[in-house]
Design a protein around this ligand. Sequence first.
Ligand code: SF4
Length: 78
Amino acid sequence: MGRLQTYEGKGFAVTFDPDVCTHSANCVTGLPAVFDVSRKRWVDVDAASVEAIDAQIGRCPSGALQFVRRETAEGTNG
Ligand code: SF4
């Protein structure tokens, strides 16, 4: 069984559940700088804009990837 992976960005997190992934490869072809399975920590949350990552995760057909908004501690909504 795989285990849920969490990748923390600034104001958001990406989670990945390997048990749910259907290997459609939408993520790696759509945003290869962020989703690169040749890395052990294969999701680089700093490699694209938050909007681009959120949009790409919305195209994950299985729901293995999830985009999670975080409350920011500082009042710097931007
Ligand atoms: S888009 Fe979703 S289902 Fe497809 S390979 Fe990526 S994580 Fe897996």
